[in-house]
Design a binder for this molecule. Structure first.
Ligand SMILES: N[C@@H](CCC(=O)N[C@@H](CS)C(=O)NCC(=O)O)C(=O)O
Length: 210
């Protein structure tokens, strides 16, 4: 059984998709950021960084924090969603890495400067908007050539990218209209039952900043 410390944000959804994709049994522990539960001693004992998502796997005795690390751990544990050859895995690493180290921080930056910042600062708002547009364009160009990010088959990279596409579809003024291949992929990935179960996770009474 896995104890899963989670917040209903894109990062939480990424880790939840991987738990569902790999058929893990998990206990959901919603962490309320607004109430400061992530900085309470009980949670800092699990993850001293005080951020989510984190999982504690009592089957293997390991604790893993962060969406990419959790995704890689679950792929490794179950032998799925990474690819069978070095070149197939390289494609998964490339796209999963781009999502984790470029796209996801750009969304965080956009959220911080649009929702959390006490004053409106034009430069960081424009900077993160441009970063997101540039990254979505690259994903769209890739998906115009291959059905999934790493190639012919669904992988960890798609699982990690999906919440960003869903957020963009909801937040951008024209949704994903300017990114037709990404929109097609979003429908396909969003139709997977594990993805639907993860995206439907709710924590009554738990709120996030903003
Ligand atoms: N690099 C981490 C980022 C995790 C992260 O920023 N988590 C947010 C919730 S989505 C959090 O716990 N924030 C609390 C804080 O920053 O104090 C990942 O990929 O999971």
């Amino acid at each position: 059984m896995i104890d899963f410390y989670w917040v209903p944000t894109a990062n939480g959804q990424r880790a939840a998709i991987m738990l569902e994709e790999t058929g893990e049994h998990y206990r959901l522990h919603p962490v309320d950021l607004m109430r400061g539960e992530h900085l309470a001693p009980e949670y800092l004992a699990v993850n001293p960084l005080g951020k989510t998502p984190t999982l504690v796997d009592d089957e293997t005795g390991v604790t893993v924090y962060g969406t990419l690390a959790i995704g890689l751990y679950l792929c490794d544990k179950h032998g799925v969603l990474l690819g069978d050859t070095l070149s197939a895995r390289a494609a998964v690493y490339h796209w999963a890495g781009l999502v984790a180290s470029d796209l996801s921080p750009a969304f965080t930056g956009q959220y911080v400067f649009n929702v959390m910042a006490p004053e409106r600062l034009e430069f960081p708002i424009r900077y993160f908007d441009e970063q997101i547009q540039r990254l979505l364009k690259v994903l769209d160009q890739r998906l115009a050539k291959t059905p999934f990010l790493a190639g012919e088959v669904y992988s960890l990279a798609d699982a990690l990218a999906y919440p960003a596409a869903a957020t963009s579809a909801a937040r951008l003024p024209e949704g994903l209209a300017g990114f037709p291949a990404l929109a097609r992929w979003q429908e396909t990935v969003g139709g997977r039952p594990p993805v639907q179960r993860a995206m439907a996770l709710r924590a009554d009474g738990v709120s996030v900043p903003g």
